[in-house]
Ligand binder design. Structure first.
Ligand code: BGC
Length: 490
């Protein structure tokens, strides 16, 4: 195979380097959970101040996703990811260095920007450099690295957690510097995407890259389609275009898939699983953290499986199998919590098993599909902007679910079924951790609520989820132009 022919290994390397943005996304969202008990004690913070610091990361992600979509259309995908990697490195150093809670808040806001930027620009970059046939698997590498990032953050938190050193939180944050530097260095060597180059009229460079990454039989077709697309879009305004009727379906798909990805409650498990396992009956914070690590391992394992399935079974099949499984496990999880006293010791084991089943179904479906679909459904001219709207919705819904979870648990607790746990909590007035009885309500109702939303998701998916497997990106645009239904895409 000479240098100018399609080279699958090269594409896999390119996609893997860019996907490191996912590792940082996962690491920097996960790292805070292990750091909290230490900086809370170090700075003597109330729970609400801790919540503010945690929230700031999400606020940063929303801002990052909101304002940089257009920038990636203007300056290119590669430069956008490089900018994000620089923010990741500075943000990790700044977080670890922070002298007080206010400074830490700003540092988390800052690193949140990078999480928001990378969450749409990385999948977009990968989708645009991938050969059509394996685009799904390659974009799913991004999700795989998110899950690895979450797991690594749990493990590194465990490694640095030292009860006799209140400053243990600092090295936890510093760890994020390493993947940041690798992403930065790696991206310097990667090409810009052929699609973005073409949109800037740099046809020769675009063709040169496309020849190395796309199957030879599809190169000419792709180039022709890109050209047609650009001619059609030439005289149209940029930003307004995305809200035009012919792109409404693409917008509904991007926002909708992110709505269901978040509203089946994934992050109640990712952020709060130690707490959920304690409510189920596992005693002590350490047992809770090991429970979280087990969730992380199941998540990574099944995301690997999804890489093999996504371009074989296709998006729609995986969506229905996965969402169906999520609904099923949420219903069972709810039953376990509702009947916890009757189930005795078995209850807590059933709880952890159904959480694993739930995560496994998420990992093969809504997890990778969310990020993949938003990178596929928009036409070239507004692809950056479009996928940033998808990503922005993801962060908004994520924040909404995270902040309402414990409230929904309280509202939907069946009277008389509240679960009381005894936990070591920080008491700012005494400046130390004390054992306190906590009334947790009962999460059964909340899990059924997310199951109900999952059922809505199945109906929505029937009408709106397009089968993009094996379909060149340019053909997807044509489909919307003809005003056809998502279900009819093939
Ligand atoms: C979601 C995150 C979630 C992660 C879990 C991602 O696709 O967007 O919110 O924490 O999957 O693996």
């Amino acid at each position: 195979m000479n240098k100018t022919t399609y080279n699958k290994n090269l594409v896999v390397i390119i996609a893997s380097v860019a996907a490191l943005g996912g590792l940082l996304f996962g690491f920097d969202t996960g790292v805070i959970s292990g750091a909290i008990p230490f900086f809370q004690q170090d700075f003597q913070l109330s729970n609400s101040m801790v919540e503010n610091i945690t929230t700031m990361g999400l606020v940063g992600a929303v801002i990052g996703a909101m304002f940089t979509g257009r920038l990636s259309d203007i300056f290119g995908r590669k430069k956008t990811i490089i900018a994000a990697s620089i923010i990741f490195v500075i943000g990790a150093l700044w977080s670890g260095w922070s002298k007080g809670p206010e400074e830490l808040m700003f540092a988390r806001l800052f690193i949140g920007l990078a999480i928001g930027i990378s969450s749409f620009s990385v999948p977009l970059y990968i989708a645009e450099v991938s050969p059509t046939k394996i685009r799904g698997s390659l974009v799913s590498l991004f999700q795989l690295l998110i899950t690895i990032g979450i797991l690594v953050s749990y493990l590194s938190d465990l490694a640095f957690a030292n009860d006799s050193n209140v400053e243990s939180w600092r090295p936890m944050f510093y760890m994020g510097v390493i993947p940041g530097i690798i992403l930065f260095t790696g991206m310097l060597f990667l090409p810009e995407t052929p699609r973005w180059l073409m949109s800037k009229g740099r046809e020769e460079e675009s063709l040169k890259i496309l020849k190395r990454i796309e199957e030879p039989s599809l190169v000419n077709e792709s180039i022709q389609r890109m050209k047609d697309e650009i001619t059609k879009d030439k005289n149209k305004p940029n930003i307004g275009e995305i809200f035009k009727p012919w792109l409404r379906t693409a917008l509904i798909i991007a926002v909708g898939i992110m709505f269901f990805q978040q509203f089946v409650g994934i992050n109640t498990v990712i952020y709060y699983s130690p707490k959920i396992f304690m409510i189920a009956g596992f005693e002590g914070a350490r047992a809770g953290i090991w429970g979280a690590v087990s969730v992380g391992i199941v998540n990574v394992t099944f995301t690997i499986l999804s890489l093999f399935l996504i371009d074989k079974l296709g998006r729609r099949k995986l969506y229905f199998i996965g969402t169906g499984g999520i609904v099923f496990s949420l219903i069972l999880l709810g039953l376990v919590f509702a009947f916890l006293p009757q189930l005795g010791d078995t209850g807590k084991w059933l709880a952890i098993i159904f959480v694993w089943v739930y995560i496994a179904f998420f990992a093969i479906s809504l997890g990778p599909l969310g990020w993949l679909i938003i990178s596929e459904v928009f036409p070239l001219k507004v692809r950056g902007l479009g996928s940033s709207i998808g990503s922005l919705s993801n962060w908004l819904f994520n924040a909404l679910v995270a902040f309402t979870f414990f409230k929904i648990v309280k509202w939907l607790t069946i009277p008389g079924s509240s679960i009381i746990t005894h936990e070591k909590l920080y008491d700012p007035s005494l400046h130390k951790f004390t054992e306190q009885a906590v009334n947790n309500g009962n999460p059964a109702g909340a899990f059924w609520f997310y199951a109900a939303l999952g059922i809505l998701g199945l109906i929505w998916g029937y009408f709106y989820l397009p089968e993009t497997k094996g379909v060149p990106l340019e053909k997807i645009e044509e489909h919307w132009r003809k005003g056809k239904k998502p279900r009819e895409l093939k």
